[in-house]
Design a protein around this ligand. Sequence first.
Ligand code: T46
Length: 130
Amino acid sequence: MEIRKIRFTRHTNETGSLAFLESVRDIPFSIKRVYYIFDVAKGAHRGFHAHKKLQQVLICIRGSCKALVDDGVELNDPTEGLYVGNAVWREMFEFSSGAVLLVLASEYFDESDYIRDYKEFLSYVREGGK
Ligand code: T46
């Protein structure tokens, strides 16, 4: 199970800030898909699954939210990403009002890569699925 934070380069001047990231150089995989989660209902929890193969980097580009991947990690900095390897159960919660969570993904969307049942996830990990 691999989880770590990644810091992006930030350029700030009197007109504002810009942060950038480059596929493979800053992100530990080639980005095949980008999606973002927004307009999250107050108190809503999302996620509740793991992936067999997919790796992702989560960046809260506006506001804040928490990601439960091992212990709870708060994402509240648009210049910081959370790398989540495959075979990690994740839940996202405590989205602040107006929060936008951007996700960079290593694979195209494939529902068969999802493990949405926690018991099935435990068996998958015990059987050495990585
Ligand atoms: C993850 C967390 C952080 C698509 O059709 N294409 C896509 O690229 C994605 C991401 C989703 N979908 C469909 C599948 C569902 O019918 O959109 C619907 C909502 O997806 P889901 O319930 O999986 O959303 P979250 O917020 O629980 O999870 C998402 C990602 O699916 C997941 O990979 O790690 O964000």
